[in-house]
Every structure is written in structure tokens, then in C-alpha cells.
Design a protein around this ligand. Structure first.
Ligand code: NOJ
Length: 551
């Protein structure tokens, strides 16, 4: 565990997707007991904290991002005691436990929403959510044109308690996820109390879901371009005008809420808040991490960059300038539970837009190319100063499950688009621990809530642990060197000699990192080679390869 009050400035945080990390009770669904039992493996990896995706009580319509009780653990994942035990085990191992707070919306099964459905129009219970009358002669049309991120309209009409067709409620995501009304004082007070509940229990902090949502533009005007990504854009990988105001993403009013939360979090010693804010350009994202707001924000600009020298050069420079301008560390991230795993993504020139996923009908990836580039990309990322995020399984080089059949799919995106967008299940498949064990060691019984592809056995942790040249050992070396050379708090300079259309070089403290993206091999300079993304460096750096040299 990195010590000190500002530990997060250089921390490496490992994302656990509880359903798919480790199943302690054998029902095929990962749980808190499983996480606790496997935590020593993460200590060996060399991370500072884990962020667990939601494990709160929930009908699981969106894998737990639909919370019905913010102060309890869903029985599928365990009990509050299991949470306390996990925090205690983390303390012993030097790993903080960060929880995932979902404040934009609750589950439709949350007692507040149920109360709202039973209460009359205009009642205080309805005021906690976003109820509106419909348009059209009989209110039969939705109040505006907002789309749901998961497909279809962002509005659903209710039946009033007297049986007549009634008002509509807003849900930027699934219809089972009604949006809260953040102008409502009760909602604001409730969430401050929820923060305290988990901070008192020893949570290391919060990853805040949809941190750029929450506040909606007054009058709820139509959106100009009705797109369904978390950034409000139709496609990634394309330069766009990203500065246009959007009626539900990135409203100014959200900052006042963040400041209130920051005061609560600052009542405790060294806890943090990290924003899931899909707002670009980074100059806008940086507003989320001003001194009295979030500690960190996920760098989605970095995540969206392709494995290309020009794109990475631009986004790294921009990140360090923009976050630096507000005194915040930059973060770096390549994968999470919403995007195609980078070991698969980098095998393509064009990938489906964020959240759409890859199914059996999509051209299948060149797995070896993807893995080679993923190892290079991680080696490039972990030398950068700031904080970094790792998504479970990437330390094994795990690819996306790209042939998952429709009958297994669970992402609401798949259902709301009638299979047109297959969604995010492919990056959420339970991870392999032991090649020869049932469900590759994920669960003792062999049960697994999503089927694991057979090839996952090749990536199992026990096949890589202690094996020179494995992806797992590469991650361990990178993380150890990162710490030993204090790179998280280090300095940064591009090294012009290595910066071209096909290569990049930068220096952080006493380490020179060189990346070869394509083309001809690069002669290595003098210095000690500390680590390389591919074994077998014969004095030259090949394509899709990264090296760390001690100067
Ligand atoms: C972002 C989360 O990362 C995603 O998994 C979830 O579906 C949406 N927010 C809605 O909560």
C-alpha cells in the first residue's frame, strides 16, 4: 500500500468486477468471500487498492448498477460482515477497498421509486425522481427525444394508482434504472449519508458512477444529436466538436454536488473519490478534479486512443497539461467492464463504439496481434506519472469473449436493441485462475454465470505465475519497477530522438521508455534494459514492442 495522505496521486488501482472475479460459495456468481480468498494474489501483483463494481442489494437488471438498497450487500455477493472482513484482510495486505457509488439512478425496486409509483402526481415522493407529463393530446408521447444509453427512449410511461395511463419517468439507462432528481434536497442529503455509511465501515473511497450525469438542463430540452454513448457522441476514434453543451451530460450544476461530497470525504483521513466522467476534451474533464472536487477522473481520452504514436502522444501531452493545470494527477486506463478488452481492441483498426461489444457475426480478431499490442500498451502506460487503473484479467492478457451466443447475454443493451448491439458481456466473463480446475478455478463447483471460452484455460493464472515472459510476470515487473523508481510521482519529458510517426520515447525519472508501433526495428541506446513487453531483445526494438531502460 502506498502510504501517505495523498497515496492516490500515484496509486495503481485494480478493478474487480465482483460477479466474475472469484466465486466463494460455488453458485456461479462471484462474491465478497471469493474476493477475500484471492486477495493475496493481488498483493503479489503489487497494486495499492481495489475498486469493486457494485455489490449492493439489487435486482441485477444492469449487473448491480441498479441499486435497491445502498446500505446493504446483495445476498448473491454476501453480507455486510463479508464486506468488513474484506476491508480487514485488505488492511493486512496493504490494499484499500474502494466501493462503487451509483447516484444518477436507483433500481425501480428501490422503496423510494415504489413509493413514487403509488403516490399522486406532484407528490414529494415523485419529486425525488424525474416524472413528467407526456406530450401529445393524451400525454401518449415521451416528454422529449432523449435516448437511453442502452437503446430506445429514455422515458417510460407509468400506470397511475387509479389504473389510468399516467406520467413518464426518465431513465438515461434501462427502464429499471429511474434517474434521481438532483434538485431535490432529500436526494442530496440521502447520498451524503450513504457516503458516511461506507466511509464509517472503512471503505477507501468511491468510484462514482456516471459522475457527469446527475444534473439535467432546466426544462429538459431536446438533445440535438440523439446518440447513445456515455459521452453523447455517435462514434469514437473520430475528431468531433466535443465542446457543445449537452442537456444531460456534464451540466455545470453537478460541480456543486461534488463539492458537498468532497467535504464529507475530507472529514475522514485519506479516502478518495474517482469520477467516471465521460466528458471530453480533457480540458473539460479536468474541471471534475479541481482541488475541492474529485481526487481523480478516469482518463477516457487515453482509453479511446488507438495503438498509434500520434494519438498517444497527443493524449499524454494533453492529459499532463490539463490535469496538471488544476493540480490533479492524471490517470491512465485501458480497460474496464464497459469496453472491449484492450487485448482484443488493439487487434482492430476500427472497433465498435463504446458499449456495443463484439459478437460472433463481427470479424474475429487476430488474437496474437492483439496480445502483443496489449502488452506493449500496458508497458507504455505503466511508465507514465500519475495514477493507473487495471481491469481484472488484463494482467493475464485475457481477450474479450467475442463469440458469446445471444442466449447467454445479459447486458440490457442486447435486449433494448433486439440484439443489434450485443453489449458488454464479452469483457465480463469470469476470469481463469487454474487451468485444470472446474470453471478454471473461478468457482469450486464449475458453475459460471457466463460461459467461459475454452481458450481461457491458456490464460489461467497458475500457468503464468512464476513463468518468465508470461503476461502476469510482465505486469508484476512493471508494477514493481514503477514503485522502485517512484514513477507514479515522477517527472515526464518526451525524448525527441524517439518521437516519430512510428515510435515514441519518454523519460520519467531515471527511466527511458521507448515504444515501437510499426515499421523498422529501433536500435537500443546504452543503458540497462529493465523490462520489455516481448522477451528476446537482440539489441533492437521490434514493432509493437516497448522497453524500459535505466539511464
Ligand atoms: C456506468 C457503468 O460503468 C455501467 O456498467 C453501467 O451500466 C452504467 N454506468 C449505468 O449505471
Amino acid at each position: 500500500m502506498t502510504q501517505g495522505a495523498e497515496w492516490w496521486r500515484s496509486a495503481v488501482i485494480y478493478q474487480i468486477y465482483p460477479r466474475s472475479f472469484a466465486d466463494g460459495d460455488g453458485d456461479g456468481m462471484g462474491d465478497l468471500q471469493g474476493i477475500r480468498e484471492r486477495l493475496p494474489e493481488l498483493a503479489k501483483l503489487g497494486i495499492d487498492a481495489v475498486w469493486c463494481s457494485p455489490f449492493f442489494r439489487s435486482p441485477q437488471k444492469d449487473a448491480g448498477y441498479d441499486v435497491s438498497d445502498y446500505r446493504d450487500i446483495d445476498p448473491r455477493f454476501g453480507t455486510l460482515k463479508d464486506f468488513d472482513d474484506l476491508v480487514a484482510e485488505g488492511k493486512k495486505l496493504g490494499i484499500r477497498v474502494i466501493v462503487d457509488l451509483v447516484p444518477n439512478h436507483s433500481s425501480d425496486q428501490h422503496p423510494w421509486f415504489q413509493e413514487a409509483l403509488k403516490s399522486p402526481k406532484g407528490s414529494p415522493a415523485r419529486e425525488r425522481y424525474m416524472f413528467r407529463d407526456g406530450k401529445g393530446r393524451n400525454g401518449e408521447l415521451p416528454p422529449n427525444n432523449w435516448p437511453s444509453v442502452f437503446g430506445g427512449a429514455a422515458w417510460t410511461r407509468i400506470t397511475e394508482p387509479d389504473g389510468t395511463p399516467g406520467q413518464w419517468y426518465l431513465h438515461i439507462f434501462d427502464s429499471s434504472q429511474p434517474d434521481f432528481n438532483w434538485d431535490n434536497e432529500e436526494v442530496r442529503e440521502e447520498f451524503k449519508d450513504i457516503l458516511r455509511f461506507w466511509l464509517d465501515r472503512g471503505a477507501g473511497g468511491f468510484r462514482i458512477d456516471v459522475a457527469h450525469g446527475l444534473v439535467k438542463e432546466k426544462g429538459l430540452p431536446d438533445v440535438e444529436e440523439a446518440s447513445t454513448t456515455m459521452s453523447g457522441e455517435e462514434e469514437t476514434n473520430k475528431p468531433k466538436d466535443r465542446t457543445k453543451p449537452h442537456p444531460f451530460w456534464g451540466q455545470e450544476g453537478v460541480h456543486e454536488i461534488i463539492r458537498e461530497w468532497r467535504k464529507v470525504v475530507d472529514e475522514y483521513d485519506d479516502r478518495i473519490m474517482a469520477a467516471e466522467a465521460w466528458v471530453l476534451p480533457l480540458s473539460r474533464m479536468a474541471k471534475w478534479v479541481r482541488q475541492d472536487e474529485y481526487h481523480q477522473s478516469f482518463n477516457f481520452g487515453y482509453l479511446e486512443a488507438q495503438w498509434k504514436a500520434d494519438q498517444l502522444k497527443e493524449v499524454v501531452s494533453e492529459s499532463l497539461v490539463e490535469f496538471g493545470n488544476v493540480g490533479a494527477p492524471s490517470t491512465w486506463v485501458l480497460s474496464n467492464h464497459d469496453v472491449i478488452r484492450h487485448a482484443t481492441r488493439f487487434a482492430y483498426d476500427q472497433v465498435p463504439k463504446q458499449g456495443d461489444g463484439i459478437g460472433p457475426d463481427y470479424p474475429q480478431p487476430d488474437v496474437a496481434k492483439g496480445l502483443r499490442r496489449a502488452r506493449a500498451a500496458t508497458s507504455f502506460m505503466l511508465g507514465l506519472p500519475g495514477g493507473a487503473y487495471i481491469y481484472q484479467g488484463e494482467e493475464l492478457g485475457l481477450p474479450e469473449h467475442t463469440t458469446l451466443e445471444g442466449k447467454y447475454r445479459q447486458d440490457p443493451t442486447y435486449f433494448r436493441t433486439k440484439g443489434e448491439r450485443v453489449g458488454r458481456d464479452g469483457c465480463r466473463v469470469p476470469i481463469p485462475w487454474e487451468a485444470a480446475a472446474p470453471a478454471f478455478g473461478f468457482s469450486k463447483t464449475g458453475e459460471s454465470w457466463l460461459p467461459q471460452p475454452e481458450q481461457y484455460g491458456e490464460y489461467a493464472r497458475d500457468k503464468q505465475d512464476g513463468v518468465a515472459g508470461s503476461t502476469l510476470e510482465l505486469y508484476k515487473s512493471l508494477l514493481k519497477l514503477r514503485k522502485d523508481h517512484n514513477l507514479g510521482l515522477g517527472s515526464f519529458d518526451w525524448v525527441a530522438e524517439y518521437c516519430s510517426e512510428q515510435s515514441l520515447g519518454y523519460q520519467n525519472n531515471d527511466i527511458l521508455v521507448i515504444a515501437n508501433f510499426a515499421g523498422k526495428p529501433i536500435e537500443l541506446p546504452a543503458g540497462e534494459v529493465l523490462v520489455t513487453s516481448q522477451v528476446g531483445l537482440d539489441g533492437v526494438l521490434e514493432h509493437d514492442q516497448v522497453v524500459w531502460i535505466k539511464l
